[in-house]
Design a protein around this ligand. Structure first.
Ligand SMILES: *Cc1c(COP(=O)(O)O)cnc(C)c1O
Length: 523
C-alpha cells in the first residue's frame, strides 16, 4: 500500500514516509492508492473484539507488515496500539451511550485530555517515536529527530502534548494565543512539565499563531535544520486511527439494539476540519453499513453551504481571513483542510479513466488553485449528487446550541430520554441529528467532555435552576477528578515577547525561531 498526493504528481510514499512527512510538497494531502478489502467474514469475526484488536485489524489493512515496505511488523503494531489506548479511562475506549430509544452517543473523550483528538494523537505520538527509533538504530550519523511545531486554539495543542510528552527524539512546540484559550485548556497544556514540551504564549490571535507556523514550515533552511513535523489533522495516521471507532460503534449498536437495520443508521459528526467525519467516509467505503453521514457545522458553515449548493466558498459575509467566534471553538474554521481528500474521491469516481488517480490529482490541484485565487470553487452536478449520496449537512447556530445543551440536560422533552450533559460541540451534533431524525437509530459522535467548556455549559443549563446551582452542580457532578486542582498546578510557559515594531508578524516569527533554536535540538 502506497500513498499519493491529492494534488497529483508521481510521488508514491510508504506509510512511514507519509506519516513523517504529513503534507505533500505540492500542498496536497496523502491518500491511500486504493481502498483495501475487508475480510469476507468481518461482520461476525470482528464483532466481539476489544477496541485495540479491532484497531489492529483495521490499521493492518493500510500498513504493510515489513520495514522494507515502510510498514510495521504486526507484533510491533499491536504493541503501539495497546500502549496508545492504555491511557484511556474507559475499557471500551470509545463507549456507546444510549440517550433515548433511538439516540446513541459515541463518547470519544475518555482519553487523557478529554477530547476526541486523543484517539488519533496518542497513536500518532507512538508512530513518530517508533519510526525515529528504528531509523536511529540503523544509522551511525547524527540521530534522526523531529521538531513538532503546531498552533492551537485549545484542543489540538493539549492532545498533541499529551501524545508527544517524553517521546524520544522529539521536541514539541505549541503556540497558543495568550489569554485566548479557555483556562482549563491552558492548564492542560502548560502543566505538562516534560523537558521536550514547550508551550509558547503568543501576544496575538490564533491566526497569528498559524501564520507563524506556516512561515516556519515554508522556510526551507529552518525546516532542513530542525526537521519540522506537523500534528494537525491532515496527517494520514490521524484519519486512519479514527476509522476504528466507526466500526466499534456499529458493533456496540448491534449488541444494544439487536433489531437494528444498520443500513438505515445515520452517523452525525460535529465537524470543523473534516478529519473526524472523513474517517467515517473511509469506514463507509470499506463497507461499513450506514445510511449516511451527517455533517454538523456551527455558524462557520462552509461545508453546509457546499452540500446545499455544490459550491465551496469562503464565507463572503465574514471579513477577510476571519472566522466567526462561536460556542464551539474547535469547529471555528474558514476552510476545512481535510475536505480536499473528499474532493479527491469525487474527482476520482467521476473520472472517465484510464488513469483515474492522475486525473483526480489534476482536478483537485485546479480546484485548490481556484479556491486560492477567487475564494470559491464548484464541483459538477454529478459530483455534487455523489457527495449527497454519502452525506447531508446541517448548520447549527449558537442559540440552537445552547438550547440543545439545556434540552438534553433536562432530558424530559421526550418520555424515554434521560438527562445527559453535553459540551457545545456535541450539542451541535445532537441538534443536527434531531433535524434529520427518522424512525431509525442515530449515532451522534461526542467530541469533548462538557467540563472542557465550562462557561458555555454552565450558562446554558442555568435556566434549569439558577447560576449558583448550575455552578455547584458543575463543580461537584461534572468536573472529572483529573481536572480537580489543575488550575493551581505548576506551569511552564515561554512568552514570545517582542518589542513594539512595524512588522509584528516578522518580529513574532524571528522570536519563535530563536526560542526553537535555544530550547529544541542543538544543531
Ligand atoms: C477538533 C474538534 C472538532 C472538529 O473535528 P474535525 O476533525 O476538525 O472536523 C470537534 N469537536 C471538538 C471538541 C474538537 O476538538
Amino acid at each position: 500500500m502506497k500513498y499519493l498526493s491529492t494534488r497529483g504528481g508521481a510521488e508514491r510514499l510508504t506509510f512511514e514516509e507519509a506519516v513523517l512527512q504529513g503534507l505533500a510538497p505540492n500542498g496536497g494531502l496523502y491518500v491511500p492508492e486504493s481502498i483495501p478489502t475487508l475480510p469476507a467474514d468481518w461482520a461476525t469475526a470482528w464483532q466481539d473484539l476489544p477496541f485495540t484488536e479491532l484497531s489492529f485489524r483495521l490499521i493492518s489493512l493500510f500498513v504493510p507488515p515489513t520495514e522494507a515496505e515502510g510498514g510495521i511488523p504486526p507484533e510491533d503494531l499491536r504493541a503501539l496500539i495497546e500502549k496508545s489506548y492504555a491511557s484511556f479511562r474507559h475499557e471500551d475506549v470509545t463507549p456507546l451511550h444510549r440517550v433515548s430509544e433511538n439516540e446513541y452517543c459515541l463518547e470519544l473523550w475518555h482519553g487523557p485530555t478529554f477530547a476526541f483528538k486523543d484517539v488519533a494523537l496518542q497513536l500518532l505520538g507512538h508512530f513518530f517515536e517508533y519510526f525515529l527509533t528504528r531509523r536511529n538504530a540503523k544509522s551511525t550519523g547524527a540521530p534522526h529527530t523531529l521538531t513538532v511545531v503546531g498552533a492551537t486554539s485549545g484542543d489540538t495543542g493539549s492532545a498533541a502534548i499529551a501524545g508527544l510528552r517524553a517521546k524520544a527524539n522529539i521536541h514539541v512546540f505549541i503556540l497558543h494565543p495568550k489569554n485566548r484559550v479557555s483556562p482549563i485548556q491552558e492548564a492542560q497544556m502548560t502543566t505538562v512539565l516534560d523537558d521536550n514540551v514547550h508551550n509558547l504564549a503568543v501576544p496575538g490571535t490564533f491566526d497569528d499563531c498559524q501564520d507563524i507556523v506556516k512561515a516556519l514550515f515554508s522556510d526551507k533552511a529552518f525546516n532542513d535544520q530542525h526537521h519540522l513535523g506537523a500534528i494537525n489533522s491532515i496527517n494520514w495516521a490521524r484519519i486512519l486511527s479514527q476509522i476504528v471507532y466507526y466500526f466499534a460503534a456499529y458493533f456496540a449498536l448491534r449488541r444494544a439494539h439487536p433489531t437494528v437495520d444498520p443500513s438505515r443508521v445515520q452517523i452525525v459528526v460535529p465537524t470543523g476540519n473534516f478529519g473526524d467525519i472523513l474517517a467515517g467516509y473511509y469506514a463507509k467505503r470499506l463497507g461499513l453499513p450506514m445510511e449516511r453521514l451527517v455533517v454538523a457545522t456551527n455558524e462557520n458553515d462552509i461545508l453546509q453551504r457546499f452540500w446545499a449548493t455544490g459550491r465551496y466558498e469562503k464565507d463572503p459575509a465574514a471579513a477577510a481571513g476571519d472566522v466567526r467566534a462561536t460556542l464551539s471553538p474547535a469547529m471555528d474554521i474558514q476552510v476545512s483542510s481535510n475536505f480536499e481528500r473528499l474532493l479527491w474521491y469525487l474527482a476520482y469516481e467521476s473520472s472517465p479513466g484510464p488513469d483515474k488517480a492522475a486525473s483526480a490529482g489534476q482536478q483537485v490541484a485546479a480546484w485548490m488553485q481556484q479556491l486560492k485565487a477567487t475564494g470559491a470553487m464548484a464541483v459538477s452536478e454529478a459530483q455534487h449528487a455523489m457527495a449527497c449520496r454519502d452525506f447531508c449537512a446541517e448548520r447549527v447556530s449558537d442559540d440552537e446550541t445552547r438550547a440543545a445543551i439545556l434540552r438534553y440536560y433536562r432530558g424530559d422533552d421526550k418520555s424515554d430520554r434521560k438527562s445527559y450533559l453535553i459540551d457545545p460541540h456535541t450539542a451541535v451534533g445532537f441538534e443536527a441529528a434531531n433535524r434529520v431524525a427518522s424512525q431509525h437509530p442515530q449515532i451522534i459522535l461526542s467530541t469533548a467532555h462538557p467540563a472542557k467548556f465550562a462557561d458555555a455549559v454552565v450558562s446554558s443549563i442555568a435556566p434549569a435552576s439558577n447560576e449558583n446551582e448550575a455552578n455547584t452542580f458543575f463543580q461537584t457532578q461534572v468536573l472529572p477528578k483529573e481536572m480537580h486542582g489543575l488550575l493551581e498546578k505548576e506551569r511552564r510557559v515561554t512568552h514570545v515577547d517582542i518589542e513594539p515594531s512595524e512588522d509584528k508578524l516578522a518580529a513574532l516569527i524571528a522570536r519563535t525561531k530563536e526560542i526553537i533554536q535555544r530550547d529544541g535540538f542543538q544543531a
